[in-house]
Design a protein around this ligand. Structure first.
Ligand code: DX5
Length: 211
């Protein structure tokens, strides 16, 4: 269970992160948006430096130039970057994808590739065997609080069938109910922002998502 801080109360971000950690989240997802690849701008390392967390980070790079963001994150001693995911749509060539994966692994993280809801699985045929995970977006990336796209479930199931060992992450509109649907379709990692941030009992929801 990965807690996304998008939509957190940034006036009290440390308290939000402490609460997600106490609730039992396995990782924190950092949604880096550039206002270009997606129509929203969030935060980069300068805005988060100094944040204290024991949780490993999952960087979801919703940016047009992911390669240019890696060095700063990997050089920052404040965080343990466990995984970095870049978008298939932002990095269309196999050579660029391979070189990004190499750079991510050189930084000590696993490498993921993300698919927007309307991008078919065939868009990553060239690289799917070389990545550590595939992130199947269940909303159009850019904003938290959007409705889950159930029409993406067949793509998730097809990836699970084709690649039984692959880590499959889903992100967007995940709550207890949609999380269950995604797990049935083969997801192994659930990312949640609003459902967790608005839950009256965050620990109960984390347990529910994991159960
Ligand atoms: C969507 C982001 C998600 C987002 C999910 O653009 O990539 O990580 O935070 O938010 P919820 O869980 O509210 O749909």
């Amino acid at each position: 269970v990965i807690a996304s801080i998008l939509g957190a109360d940034f006036g009290h971000l440390q308290a939000e992160v402490d609460s997600l950690e106490a609730a039992g989240a396995d990782r924190l997802q950092i949604d880096v948006m550039d206002g270009h690849f997606v129509p929203n701008l969030t935060f980069g390392l300068p805005a988060l430096r100094g944040l204290q967390t024991k949780l490993p980070l999952d960087l979801h790079l919703m940016v047009s130039n992911p390669a240019e963001h890696l060095a700063a994150w990997f050089a920052c001693p404040d965080f343990h970057i466990a995984n970095v995911t870049f978008h298939a749509e932002a990095v269309p060539t196999t050579a660029d994808r391979q070189s990004l994966i190499t750079a991510i692994r050189a930084g000590g993280a696993t490498a993921g590739i993300a698919l927007n809801p309307d991008t078919p699985a065939s868009a990553i045929e060239d690289i799917v065997r070389d990545v550590d995970l595939v992130l199947v977006m269940t909303v159009q990336p850019g904003f938290s609080g959007q409705a889950f796209r159930a029409d993406v479930l067949p793509k998730l199931s097809a990836l699970r069938t084709a690649y039984p060992q692959l880590s499959l992450q889903v992100d967007g509109g995940i709550n207890a109910e949609t999380g269950r649907l995604c797990r049935s379709a083969g997801a192994t990692q659930l990312v949640a922002a609003s459902s967790l941030l608005h839950a009256t009992d965050r620990a109960a929801l984390v347990s529910h998502l994991r159960a």
